[in-house]
Design a protein around this ligand. Structure first.
Ligand SMILES: Nc1ncnc2c1ncn2[C@@H]1O[C@H](COP(=O)(O)OP(=O)(O)OP(=O)(O)O)[C@@H](O)[C@H]1O
Length: 615
């Protein structure tokens, strides 16, 4: 838990001050029995003056008031530092999540991250503000109290110590048992959060398929698992709490008999006997609390472990130690080269082949190159290597001759903009969504407005004017208040507005109707002069956007050329285009694409054989 110091260090003075105040309050509580001893041994047993009793009562009152004041100070000192540390840790976690590569987010379920950012950090805050201070104070109070008990009546003190010895053994056992179950409960809570997140995200599918009941059953089962773990945790704690409560009391019962006998034998004074039991009463409170506090500490440790697992995840797609700047691009745009590029996803089965297995490809400045291949051939993966959403596992991706891994990510991502097939928008206004990739400080509001308008125009997103507040309309979470095609067009406008050197389009027009797609394609072609574009094509109509086409097959590029040339000489290209379906703009409805392409074999049906590649 020393790792917590990284965030807690600035708060330590206040936490320590709170601890001192709390310790002072506990020690004052221990002083009261000593006053009692003086009262009993002095005025009470020796018929001293009533004034002495009043004096002692006044002292007890003063001690009590001071104790209350110190308790208040403890609260005042440690209220803010815990929340400050929590905020800092939460912000660091979010920063780290933004920093970590896509491959990390592929592996980690959202609910697990959410529970680490929220409930785990809440636990750490509670421990820092309360558990840590009370643990130190309770342990110190117990040690000082037992010391006082030994000093007051050493025979009885020894009995208390011997009786309390099994508590230490129980505490050790408890620590081992509770540690594992505390971690399990937190992991299960994270899984539960993932289920909620996934179900809410996929609510349309669940409803459409009538799977609400099954989802509920799954959730109930997981919730029951978590409940069982929590019960197990509570039972483990209650066992040790029972021992911590009962053992000292049992020892005190024995001590009482022994104490009375010792007093009768004049081995201890009556005052000492009263002081011993009054001290034991004060000590028993912190001793009983130790179980709870130890449990809280173990919970906080599990929470902190889970937090640190994320924060400490190394970033494999980081900035280079000695970054290189991208050179000025040629007037026509940037050159993008993929040289013997290999890629496999982290955690891919060892026997599987690399998704990209030595891809060589050159996209000329200002050129629009379409990537075509069967589903799962690695087109999207390849496209994501350019802005370093993933890093190559072999070979290199070069923009204007510079390996993208040698460029600072911020610079690279200013140079390369991406529009995905599944467009993610943010719950912000249309304007803010379009300007996401634009440095707002670098352009005037008027220029920004013109840029938004122009980009939306190219993306044929005129529909935004019909939205209730035009560009200021706040679109719902993930843009779900818009249609798929509308979202795609705003996402495309966002990529265009970034004025990138290189534009990567991962089938960003798939949800558009044919007429709209044709309009967008025409405008894009006119606008994209000076921009090098790599477009993943899932439809023949998207290919129309491209100057050249690259065919991806079994992790390699097996053909590059103009659409018409490839059609003539590349069997796999013809096969892929057939698989993608006809372009409704070009093919009369009664025609089949197989007729148009004049393939040797029947196409379009399930189970047809797949011709080998040929150039
Ligand atoms: N995050 C991931 N982890 C592991 N494997 C992945 C991951 N993403 C994709 N893959 C695998 O990598 C391969 C290539 O996927 P990719 O999405 O690049 O194909 P694609 O050609 O774009 O497919 P499609 O045309 O269906 O969009 C697939 O076999 C897929 O199962």
């Amino acid at each position: 838990m020393a790792r917590l110091l990284r965030w807690a260090r600035p708060a330590l003075p206040r936490i320590a001050a709170g601890g001192v105040a709390s310790l002072g309050a506990s020690l004052l509580a221990l002083a009261v029995p000593q006053v009692l001893r003086e009262v009993v041994n002095g005025p009470l047993l020796t018929e001293g003056s009533p004034g002495a009793v009043v004096q002692a009562a006044g002292l007890v009152l003063a001690l009590g008031v001071l104790e209350a004041l110190l308790v208040w100070c403890r609260r005042a000192f440690i209220l803010t530092p815990g929340t400050t540390v929590e905020r800092e840790m939460r912000t660091d976690l979010f920063g780290r999540l933004l920093e970590l590569p896509v491959a990390f987010h592929d592996r980690w379920p959202g609910g697990q991250l959410l529970s680490r950012a929220m409930s785990d950090l809440g636990m750490v805050r509670r421990w820092l503000a309360f558990g840590l201070v009370m643990l130190v104070v309770s342990a110190t109070t117990a040690v000082v109290g037992v010391g006082l008990m030994l000093a007051t009546a050493w025979q009885l003190g020894l009995v208390y110590l011997v009786g309390a010895a099994p508590v230490a053994w129980l505490g050790f056992r408890f620590r081992e048992d509770y540690k594992a179950v505390a971690r399990q409960a937190r992991d299960q809570a994270g899984d539960l959060a993932t289920t909620v997140e996934e179900s809410v995200h996929g609510i349309r599918v669940l409803k459409a398929f009538g799977r609400g009941g099954d989802a509920l059953e799954d959730f109930a089962r997981q919730a029951e698992d978590l409940r069982s773990t929590e019960i197990h945790k509570a039972r483990t704690l209650s066992r040790v709490s029972f021992a911590l409560g009962a053992l000292p009391e049992a020892v005190l019962a024995v001590s009482l008999g022994l104490g009375v006998w010792l007093a009768a034998e004049d081995a201890v004074s009556v005052g000492a006997l009263v002081a011993f039991f009054a001290t034991a009463a004060v000590v028993n409170g912190p001793v009983e609390r130790l179980g709870q506090l130890l449990a809280m500490t173990l919970d906080a440790r599990a929470a902190l472990d889970r937090y640190i697992e994320v924060v400490d995840t190394p970033n494999a797609v980081g900035d280079p130690a000695a970054p290189r700047a991208l050179p000025e691009p040629a007037a026509r745009g940037s050159r993008v080269v993929l040289a013997d590029v290999r890629f496999r996803h982290p955690g891919a089965p060892p026997q599987s082949r690399d998704v990209l297995d030595g891809v060589d490809l050159e996209v000329e400045p200002g050129e629009t190159l379409a990537l075509v291949g069967l589903t799962g051939s690695g087109k999207s993966t390849l496209a994501q290597l350019v802005p370093r959403l993933y890093d190559v596992t072999g070979g290199a991706v070069l923009v204007d001759g510079v390996d993208v891994r040698d460029v600072e990510r911020a610079e690279l991502r200013r140079a390369v903009a991406v529009a995905f097939e599944d467009p993610i928008l943010f719950s912000a206004s249309v304007r803010e969504n379009v300007l996401l990739g634009v440095d707002a400080d670098a352009i005037s509001p008027e220029a920004a407005e013109a840029l938004v308008r122009e980009s939306l125009d190219v993306a044929s997103a005129g529909f935004v004017d019909a939205l209730p507040h035009g560009l200021d309309t706040v679109i719902g979470e993930e843009g779900l208040s818009l249609s798929g095609g509308q979202r795609q067009r705003i996402a495309l406008a966002r990529a265009i507005a970034a004025r990138p050197r290189v534009l990567v389009l991962d089938d960003p027009l798939s949800a558009l109707d044919v007429a709209t797609e044709a309009a967008v394609t025409a405008r894009l072609r006119a606008t994209l002069t000076g921009t090098t574009t790599l477009v993943v094509a899932h439809r023949p109509s998207t290919v129309a956007l491209a100057d050249r086409v690259a065919v991806l097959e079994d992790g390699r590029v097996t053909g590059v050329g103009k659409h018409s040339d490839l059609l003539a000489r590349h069997a796999h290209y013809r096969y892929v285009l057939t698989a993608l379906g006809p372009d409704p703009r070009e093919v009369p409805p009664q025609d089949s694409l197989s007729g148009l392409l004049d393939l040797d074999e029947p196409v379009g049906g399930a189970g047809r054989s797949r011709p080998g590649a040929e150039r």
